[in-house]
Design a binder for this molecule. Sequence first.
Ligand code: ZN
Length: 335
Amino acid sequence: MYGPGDVRVENVPDPTLKHPTDALVRVVRACVCGSDLHPYHSRPASAEGSPMGHEFIGVVEETGSAVSTVKTGDFVIAPFAFFDNTCDFCSEGLTTNCVHGGFFSTAQAEAVRVPRADGTLVKAPVGEDSALLPSLLTLSDVLITGHHAAVTAGVNARTTVTVIGDGAVGLLAVLAAKRLGAEQIVLMGRHKTRTDLGLEFGATDVVAERGEEGIAKVRELTGGHGTHTVLECVGHLPAYEQAYGVVRAGGVISRVGVPQYEEAPVGPSTLWRRNVTLTGGPGAQRGYIEELLPEVLDGRIQPGKVFDRTVGLDGVPDGYRAMDTREALKVLVQP
Ligand SMILES: [Zn+2]
């Protein structure tokens, strides 16, 4: 990416092993993320450009001498962050905050160097021709992010839920909330083909209105009080404003859309007087992949339905354009 709207496909040197704990993974499928659209709008233009992409599944090509849990030929899922899976934070399940960790940023490519391969990569018993590849790829980010929203908000059979955003994360937050037992799931989104998929994933109500009108509609659907949990899957300030508008007193707002703001209301009328909790963050937890993988493998959940377009590497610039114009929900990249 060279600047706003400027994505090019270029030949660069192949990645190589740098540390004994690295693995090289040949990318079988990658994708374009809704969060890639933030820099697509606002990254300052540069002559050097920067590689993009943080979601991928693939086959291990080579491993460093200290890698023991994966070997050449293994099919693996990489979460959007890498981590050692042994430090204090990882031991608490918070792998996204690993002291030796970081975030992938070169996955829209033919191959990726994976640091801390033992901690990071999760093996999947599938071949490169598996029909499950799209669903497995959602374990790299959009499904585990939607799940993280639901888990951190405390969604269970006794909580009502509002999901804000009808992108892939929002729709899979619906799926995650349904899976955790929520009986009422209100999806706020304006694109009918997307909200229809949300209904398929378990949404009970769809609210297309935004702002005050949307808030009034959600309150009307919930006896005037709003929902116990709100999963904010967008990242822009108006989505957060909607979140505190529809959260029930004593409820929880979880934000998993990358916030595009530093300052936002948290005062008496928005959160404090109403005893509202604010949580969320990046959720590439290894434990989520291990928990959700069996259900993807046996088809109990089909999160791969969020992909509605496939491109080769040459088609990636058009993939960004198609997602930016809402022509595509989520673009799969098949190098
Ligand atoms: Zn760690």
